[in-house]
Design a protein around this ligand. Structure first.
Ligand SMILES: Cc1cc2nc3c(=O)[nH]c(=O)nc-3n(C[C@H](O)[C@H](O)[C@H](O)COP(=O)(O)OP(=O)(O)OC[C@H]3O[C@@H](n4cnc5c(N)ncnc54)[C@H](O)[C@@H]3O)c2cc1C
Length: 650
């Protein structure tokens, strides 16, 4: 066995999750290596849906323009049933600069991420398979083999992140269950032309039969169609022919719809599985290695990308000397999110594969009514777009009774607000966030309390490097006080002339908003309480400070604490909720909005239906039109590779 150079962090798997994590770590200055057993980048177009929250992250990586240039915007969804009225959902209400779902093949997403990584000086080491791992006190030893060669090599790493997909080697070493189930039947998908009058601004669910068909518009006038729950296929799960796709489309969709010119035909199996252990010692998993979903709602890749964004800044701090227990917060924050995504995608599958004719009759009539209620539509679209994901109540954002009532509390993603001005240019708050550091937004309040702003900035100056401080003044640019500029040698002054940010963040009396590098609110406090963000930041700088002390073991990291969590974090933040003006969140508004439009009796019928549907769903197992249960096949993963026919367009 030969020995290679050490890598500080080694990422196994260069799919979207691994590439994203490598990009984030490289931007944070962490020495990173990324290996993949495939000799070349995958050309599979599996994931096509990119949601609003992911586009916000891409903005911070400087990639969003390319995605928007290449992708197709789906601004809504339509559900077609036998009922006279179809269900229409609009994404326009998503509280993001990107109120739509962008469709773009995963091969393109992967190419854009890989190129960014290359620009950052990191080259993916392809054709290198990790065969085994051995975790010890000061690092991890990886047994690797270059594909096609016989000689095994050993690689040393301080930290290893398994972004190695559904069959993860790293997950096996976490000794964690990958609990879940499959959907009992095979699924088909195809990328085709559709010859039928069909709105390209929406994706369409055709739910005329117990098993649906879903069509997503793609760039270049193309469509991706999914046909869940077809009879199980023989042997190696053979890819379909276009004739078979056309026959199923004629049964499940409008009879006159014609599908032609396939560039992709695939059969795959769908699973829902999750591990509740995402870290053990020096090993972590992210993306499909930790959770796999049905493609309903297009959530899998998006969720993996956000695992990476959550982990990167924490891992960078730990590599810099912070106690390894900070990494436990990665698991504590992401496991519930993945569980929620699994539940969401599972419910989508179940709702659209109800077999009971009476329940389908009711569903088809009540769904359009329920989804015409703005609050219900908002709840669905904010979940789909992943902007509602929150770490409230988690280890870094302990909940108080007061914070649970707030519409923007620690743990929540900071919603972007436009209408700000900086350096004569229009800006949004998303533009102000430093994705490699924490950002402290100092909102001066309607009264433009400049003295308080100056005091806070002066006091916070000692955190320079660990936090970027951005004063947001409730004044227009011409009135900007020179005094502020003097006091903010390190800060850029931004104005909020129409008080949009102040109002949206309930900060008319002034507020301090400390935002994490991944865009989630760490702390909020009144302008008069800089000690609250300070306390949180002290923790970070104390941790960074430890990096400067001589380390043990010849420069190796000290032994990480076992995955028990650093409870020091949990004590913080109990009193960080004094900004008093706030509006209630949208929760609970559904019933109110229904009552505004329907009689109490109608609302009772709708609610009974929704309750019934939920309990039917809880008992229901989706079935195929021609039910044919496949035995065995306990392998996880939804990789369609073996049964895929690809023909690139043109
Ligand atoms: C049909 C279909 C449609 C989908 N549509 C969507 C969608 O619209 N939106 C969405 O968000 N998600 C969607 N998904 C899910 C999405 O494709 C996955 O969630 C995503 O690919 C996961 O990315 P990943 O990087 O975590 O894992 P993967 O993409 O599986 O990458 C894992 C990488 O690890 C490498 N690897 C594995 N083992 C080793 C080893 N031992 N040594 C070295 N390298 C190794 C592999 O070669 C691979 O490159 C869909 C999935 C399917 C099947």
């Amino acid at each position: 066995m030969s020995r290679q150079n050490d890598g500080r962090v080694v990422i196994i798997g260069a799919g979207p999750t691994g590439a994203m994590l490598a990009i984030e770590l490289a931007r944070l200055g962490v020495e990173v290596r990324i290996l993949d057993k495939q000799p070349a980048r995958s050309q599979e177009t599996r994931a096509i849906g990119i949601h609003a929250r992911t586009l916000e992250v891409f903005l911070q990586l400087g990639l969003v323009d390319e995605f928007l240039r290449l992708g197709h915007k789906a601004t809504g969804m339509a559900v077609h049933t036998h009922a006279r009225r179809s269900t229409r959902v609009d994404f326009g209400g998503i509280d993001s600069p990107y109120p739509f779902m962008l469709t773009l093949g995963q091969d393109q997403t992967q190419r854009i991420l890989d190129q960014r990584l290359e620009q950052l000086g990191v080259t993916i080491e392809r054709g290198v398979e990790i065969l085994n791992l051995d975790q010890h006190a000061y690092g991890v030893e990886l047994a690797t083999r270059r594909v096609g060669e016989q000689l095994d090599q050993t690689l040393q790493a301080a930290w290893v992140v398994g972004c190695d997909g559904a069959h993860s080697v790293v997950r096996r070493h976490l000794e964690a269950a990958f609990d879940g189930d499959d959907y009992g039947q095979d699924w088909l998908m195809a990328e085709v032309d559709i010859d039928w009058q069909i709105e390209r601004e929406r994706f369409h669910v055709f739910s005329y039969t117990p098993a649906p068909m879903v069509a997503f518009p793609l760039p270049g006038d193309r469509w991706r169609v999914f046909m869940p729950q077809v009879p199980n296929r023989a042997g190696e799960r053979q890819a379909p022919e276009i004739g078979e796709i056309q026959r199923i489309a004629a049964t499940r969709g409008p009879a006159t719809m014609r599908l032609a010119n396939p560039t992709l035909l695939a059969a795959f199996r769908c699973y829902r599985r999750q591990t509740t252990v995402m870290r053990r010692g020096r090993l972590m998993v992210a993306g499909d290695a930790a959770h796999i979903h049905s493609p309903a709602g297009g959530q899998g890749m998006n969720t993996g990308l956000h695992d990476a964004a959550n982990l990167a800044w924490k891992l960078a701090l730990v590599v810099g000397g912070a106690p390894a227990a900070l990494l436990d917060t990665y698991q504590d924050e992401r496991v519930p999110i993945a569980a929620g995504v699994l539940e969401f995608t599972h419910n989508l599958v179940r709702i659209f594969s109800v077999t009971s004719p009476s329940k389908r009759w009711l569903r088809d009539r009540l769904l359009p009514i329920a989804m015409s209620v703005p609050a219900a539509e908002r709840r669905y679209t904010t979940r789909l777009s992943q902007i509602s994901h929150t770490y409230r109540g988690g280890p870094l954002a302990p909940a108080s009774r007061r914070s649970m009532r707030k519409s923007i509390a620690p743990g929540d993603r900071l919603p972007s607000v436009s209408g700000l001005v900086g350096g004569g240019k229009p800006l949004s708050t998303l533009d102000l966030l430093g994705s490699t550091t924490h950002t402290l937004l100092v909102l001066s309040g309607r009264g433009n309390h400049q003295q308080a702003v100056q005091k806070t900035i002066a006091r916070m100056a000692r955190f320079n490097g660990n936090v970027q401080i951005v004063p947001v003044l409730a004044t227009d640019a011409t009135q900007r006080a020179p005094a502020i500029t003097d006091a903010t040698r390190h800060a850029q002054a931004i104005t909020d002339p129409h008080l949009r940010a102040h109002r949206r963040y309930h900060a008319l009396r002034g507020a301090l908003l400390l935002v994490r590098p991944d865009g989630y609110l760490a702390r909020r406090a009144p302008l008069s309480r800089p000690d609250i963000p300070e306390q949180y930041l002290h923790q970070l700088t104390a941790w960074r400070g430890e990096a400067e002390k001589p380390s043990r073991g010849g420069g190796e990291d000290p032994v990480p604490a076992p995955a028990q969590g650093d409870k020091r974090w949990n004590k913080q933040g109990a009193d960080d909720e004094r900004v008093d003006q706030d509006a209630g969140g949208p929760l609970g508004a559904v019933e109110g909005e229904l009552l505004a439009r329907h009689s109490r009796r109608e609302v009772r019928v709708i609610q009974t239906f929704l309750d019934d549907l939920a309990s039917a769903i809880a008992k229901h197992r989706p079935q195929t039109v021609a039910t044919q249960q496949q035995a065995g096949n306990s392998q996880s993963g939804a990789a369609p590779t073996r049964a895929t026919r690809h023909r690139r367009a043109g």
